[in-house]
Each structure stands twice: as structure tokens, then as C-alpha cells.
Ligand binder design. Structure first.
Ligand code: B12
Ligand code: SF4
Length: 443
């Protein structure tokens, strides 16, 4: 049986420069799972020029984020219309909480569990090796009717390891701003925190399964990558985590250069460990500060204190750990709020930051509450860079202030170095920035 694994991507304003470009790690997991069942699997991703082999598969798997919802459905329709016998399976982060939005006549299965056994069972069923499917973790279309499966969260640390031939094939084309050769590694399932605005906390039915730091390091050490981005929502959630990670790192003879998410409250509470963490490989942290006032943070149930933020930034600088700071602006912002955030970025000399527009994401309570007030239902606009609810300021002024906040990035050495790299590459090679990956090099 042949399975195509495809990532559907919607273009966002960031796609012009693609400041962060990394391998679609979920497809590496799906490839490993499919091959475990005896199927042959090919990864298809336009971003890396991984094109479809010229054969008709038995199964097409499509995954993607909220912004790609229409793309996934269009892709399913095109495929099913051309090749009616091909079974179409949709899954991933967005489908997990929005499975009904994919109940299209052109889709056969919508997987809403990240338990890869569910996927493997479906492949076994399609291949005729499994006679019956327990209706859990996926919805299935049968004779035009949708059978809804009960939820099936992951409850133990998954055993399947990703197929790293994908990482090998695309590593030369990956980046995190000025950092090149960046590979992803995943340790946790779900997030132990419960910030109100956040979609991630709802994944895996809100259940959190911790990873193992030794496994994360071993997996990282096997990769021919310069940097490892641990994409867990929170890399270290407690002091015990930090000590366990340090132990695991000290027990290995080589270091990896890690980029990972940490919370501001963790950094403050464990400031004495930061230098050690740096020595053990933690080179860059991504911190969701979200806002600079406690009134906003309380609304988000973030459980951090904005008054601590300058100290947190100072601690990281002292430990020589790079920082990417994440902020959100609310559509309710006045000009004074934008100015306050800009002042905070300047006063604390934050070099690298991203600013998102607070956006209700489908599949959260916030989205249901705001549904009537949404300005659009076009999934591509829910990319955190567009207004989807009416702002307090006139929209052109809001966008002007939003762009103005980003101008500070031009002062950043790292951003300037990233832009320099892109311009140099374009000038010297006159090649598109996304050269095609050779199928010979990736099979
Ligand atoms: C790293 C990351 C990125 C990377 C890309 C990583 C990648 N893999 O390609 C970058 C920085 C480029 C990125 C961009 C965006 N991202 Co992003 N990203 C993440 C992050 C932090 C980790 C994702 C990841 O790689 N995980 C590792 C993989 C292995 O795990 P996984 O995706 O959960 O997949 C597992 C299962 O879900 C399952 N699975 C996945 N697909 C399928 C399909 C089938 C059929 C089956 C059976 C199973 C299955 O298999 C895996 C097994 O472990 C998540 C946060 C999170 N908690 O998920 C946000 C997240 C996925 N991103 C999000 C968003 C919105 C975006 C953007 C649209 C906008 C933005 N400003 O961030 C863009 C879109 C880019 C594009 N054009 O597609 C949202 C998605 C919300 C949603 N409802 O879909 C998340 C959840 C964060 C959030 N703010 O809520 N992102
Ligand atoms: S904002 Fe971060 S810490 Fe809070 S629930 Fe989401 S992923 Fe977890």
C-alpha cells in the first residue's frame, strides 16, 4: 500500500520572507507510523519542494493548521474527484478540535486523536488487514453518513520515533531567523498550563504527558543539525524538570544547541539554574510575555506578573541566553497601549520579538463567544496578523500602529543578519529561495 503524506499550507504575510522555516515534523511521525504497518510512505511539502511521485497512492493524508482549513478541503476535493478510489485521511492540530469542519463528501476519515495507533489502525483497515475499527479517535464516512468516534487522548509517552530521512533531506533549507540548520524535536504531548486565550492547552483533551529529557537529547544528538528547536509548549515546567534536564545533559558527552519555550515565571523562580542550563545547551528561549500590564495578563489567566518581566529579560541577558519575546495586541488597544508596548520593547532592549493580534481560534470557547462578532470566516485571516474582530481604533490606524511596533525589529542585529542572508542568497544565486528538493536525495 502506498501512502502520500501532505502538509497543506496557507500563505501568510510572513511567507514572503519565511523567517522561520522548519521541517513538518508531524509528517516524519506519520511516515514512521505508516511504514510500521508495512506501507510505503512519501512526504509531500511544497515549502521544501518535496513533490508528489508520479504514481497514484492508495491513501492521501492531509494535515495543516487552522489557516489551511480551506486548502485541506480543496485538496481533498481535487484528489477525490480525479482518483475516486484513493482514501482521504485528514488530521492534525486543527482537525483535532474541529473534526466536523472536515466532514466533506471528499474526505473518508478525520483523525482527532494524536495517538498514532489510531492512524495505523485506519491504514490496516483500508488495506484489508484489519476487519473492524473501534470508533475512537476518528470520524469515518460510510455510505454518505458520518460515524463520529469518541475522543481518544494520548495517555502514555508515545513509542514511535519520527522518520528522520525528512530532516536529513531538508535541513540545509531550514532556519530560525539568523540560525540555520534547525531541526525540530518533540518531547511532551499537551501543555501543563491553562492560559485562557490559548488553543494548545486544549490539545489532547487538555491532558498533558511529559517527555523524557534523555530521549530528547539522544534524538537531538543523532541529527546533523546546528540547532534543535524543542517544540514542546513548555520545555521545563518545574525546578525538577530543570534538574532532570541538567542531569541528562551532563550524562552525555556532547552538547546540543537548543531553542525552547520557557515561561517567565519559571525563569524568575529558577534564575540560579540559568547559567547551568546555558552550559547544558539551552542557547535560546522563546517566552510568551503576551502583555505588559497585569490587567491584560489576568484576563488571559496567564498567571505571570508583568512587573517581573524586566528582571526576567535581565536574567536571560546575564546568562547569555538569546530571547525571542512573544507579545499580543488586543483589537481593543488604544494608541496609548501601542505606545506602552513600544516603550517596553525599547526600555528593555528586546532585540527579537513577535507581535500577534489576539485572535479567537476555532475550537476554543473564546471563538464560540465571539462567533457572532467575527468580521470574516476566511480561515486564512486567522493567522494572528489580521483583524478578525472589530478594533476600537479605525482599522487602518490599528494596522499602522501594528506595523509601527515591528519597526523596532530593524534595530535588531539578528533580524538585520537574517535579512542580509536572504538578500545575499537571492543576489548571488539568482535562485528562488525555495529550491526543489531532489527526490533522489530524498526517498
Ligand atoms: C513549531 C510550530 C510552527 C512552525 C512549523 C512547524 C511544523 N511542524 O511545520 C512554524 C513556526 C513555521 C509555524 C507556523 C505557523 N503556526 Co505554528 N506551531 C508550531 C508549534 C509550536 C509546534 C508544532 C509542531 O511542529 N509540533 C510537533 C509535531 C510532531 O506535533 P503535532 O503537530 O502535534 O503532530 C502530532 C499529532 O498532532 C499528529 N498529527 C499531526 N498531523 C496529523 C495528521 C494525521 C492524519 C494524523 C493521523 C495525525 C497527525 O502527529 C504528530 C504526532 O506526535 C505549535 C504548538 C503546538 N502545541 O502544536 C504551533 C501551532 C501548531 N501553530 C499554529 C499557527 C496558527 C501557526 C501559523 C498559522 C501562524 C503563526 N503565527 O504561528 C503559522 C502557519 C504556517 C503555515 N503556513 O502552515 C497554531 C495552530 C492552531 C490550529 N488550530 O491549527 C499552533 C497550535 C499554536 C497556537 N498559537 O495555537 N508553527
Ligand atoms: S500560552 Fe503557553 S503556557 Fe499557556 S497554555 Fe498556551 S502553550 Fe501553555
Amino acid at each position: 500500500m502506498r501512502v502520500f503524506l501532505k502538509k497543506a499550507r496557507a500563505r501568510t504575510p510572513f511567507s514572503i520572507l519565511d523567517p522561520v522555516r522548519v521541517e513538518p515534523l508531524e509528517l516524519a511521525y506519520l511516515k514512521a507510523a505508516a511504514e510500521e504497518t508495512g506501507a510505503a510512505a512519501n512526504i509531500i511539502d511544497d515549502l521544501f519542494g518535496l513533490r508528489e511521485p508520479k504514481v497514484i497512492p492508495d491513501v492521501l493524508v492531509i494535515t495543516g493548521y487552522n489557516t489551511a482549513e480551506s486548502k485541506i478541503l480543496e485538496e481533498a476535493e481535487t484528489y477525490k474527484t480525479r482518483f475516486p478510489k484513493v482514501k482521504i485521511i485528514v488530521g492534525g492540530t486543527h482537525a483535532e478540535r474541529n473534526s466536523r469542519d472536515f466532514h466533506s463528501p471528499y474526505v473518508d476519515f478525520v483523525v482527532h486523536s494524536s495517538d498514532l495507533q489510531v492512524f495505523m489502525d485506519i491504514l490496516g483497515f483500508v488495506d484489508g488487514r484489519l476487519e473492524e475499527l473501534k470508533s475512537s479517535g476518528f470520524d469515518m464516512q460510510m455510505a454518505g453518513e458520518w460515524i463520529i468516534g469518541i475522543s481518544r487522548p494520548v495517555t502514555v509517552k508515545p513509542l514511535i520515533k519520527p522518520d528522520r530521512s525528512l530532516t536529513e533531506a531538508v535541513i540545509g533549507k531550514t532556519r530560525y531567523l539568523d540560525k540555520r540548520r534547525v531541526a525540530l524535536v518533540k518531547g511532551r504531548t499537551g501543555c501543563p498550563y491553562k492560559c485562557d486565550f490559548c488553543y494548545c492547552r486544549l490539545l489532547n483533551d487538555g491532558k498533558h504527558i511529559a517527555g523524557d529529557f534523555g530521549d530528547i537529547l539522544d534524538e537531538s544528538l543523532e541529527l546533523d543539525a546546528e540547532y534543535i528547536w524543542v517544540v514542546d509548549d513548555v520545555f521545563l515546567a518545574s525546578r525538577k524538570d530543570a534538574l532532570d534536564f541538567i542531569d541528562a545533559a551532563e550524562g552525555r558527552c556532547r552538547r546540543v544547541n537548543l531553542i525552547a519555550y520557557l515561561r517567565a515565571d519559571f525563569i524568575l523562580k529558577n534564575r540560579d539554574l540559568l547559567e547551568k542550563l546555558k552550559v547544558c545547551g539551552l542557547g535560546e528561549v522563546i517566552v510568551g510575555f503576551e502583555a505588559t500590564s497585569n490587567a491584560e495578563l489576568d484576563e488571559y489567566n496567564k498567571q505571570t506578573d508583568a512587573l517581573d518581566y524586566p528582571e526576567v529579560i535581565r536574567i536571560l541577558r546575564e546568562a547569555e541566553i538569546d530571547l525571542t519575546a512573544l507579545f499580543m495586541v488586543s483589537p481593543d488597544y488604544r494608541i496609548s497601549d501601542f505606545r506602552k508596548l513600544s516603550g517596553f520593547l525599547r526600555d528593555n532592549q528586546i532585540d527579537t520579538y513577535t507581535i500577534s493580534i489576539l485572535t479567537p481560534i476555532k475550537g476554543t470557547d473564546g471563538y464560540e463567544e465571539m462567533k457572532e462578532k467575527l468580521l470574516t470566516d476566511n480561515p486564512e485571516r486567522f493567522d494572528f496578523l489580521h483583524l478578525v474582530t472589530k478594533p476600537r481604533l479605525p482599522a487602518p490606524i490599528f494596522y499602522m500602529m501594528f506595523v509601527w511596533l515591528h519597526l523596532g525589529l530593524l534595530r535588531s542585529k539578528r533580524i538585520r543578519s537574517f535579512i542580509g542572508q536572504i538578500l545575499k542568497r537571492k543576489k548571488i544565486t539568482r535562485q528562488p529561495d525555495r529550491p526543489e528538493t531532489n527526490w533522489k536525495e530524498y526517498s
